[in-house]
Ligand binder design. Structure first.
Ligand SMILES: [Zn+2]
Length: 95
């Protein structure tokens, strides 16, 4: 990850290399739900292009949808986790 920029990941499929937002939990590597390293579904990790710009249309669609929500739309149970992440420390519900 480049300091000050969000984490991204490059994955190659039969359609070529695309750069995705990373996932922040669960079993998926990307925000759009790709494993990122599964030959059975034709996904392989790839080197990041120099620009590091996100090129996945599904990640973009999720981003555009999520922008419509505010922190106040979420239940209080999530807020302690978000505050810890904003401080730059990793935090999970398991800690
Ligand atoms: Zn994606």
């Amino acid at each position: 990850m480049v300091r000050g920029r969000p984490e991204v990941i490059a994955i190659e499929t039969e359609e070529g290399v695309r750069v995705h937002c990373t996932s922040d939990g669960g079993n998926y590597a990307t925000l759009c739900g790709m494993d990122g390293d599964d030959s059975e579904v034709g996904q392989r990790p790839a080197n990041l292009p120099r620009s590091h710009k996100i090129t996945c249309d599904q990640c973009f669609a999720i981003f555009m949808k999520a922008r419509k929500y505010r922190l106040s739309d979420f239940a209080k149970v999530f807020k302690p986790v978000l505050v810890e992440r904003d401080k730059g420390r990793a935090s999970t519900n398991a800690e």
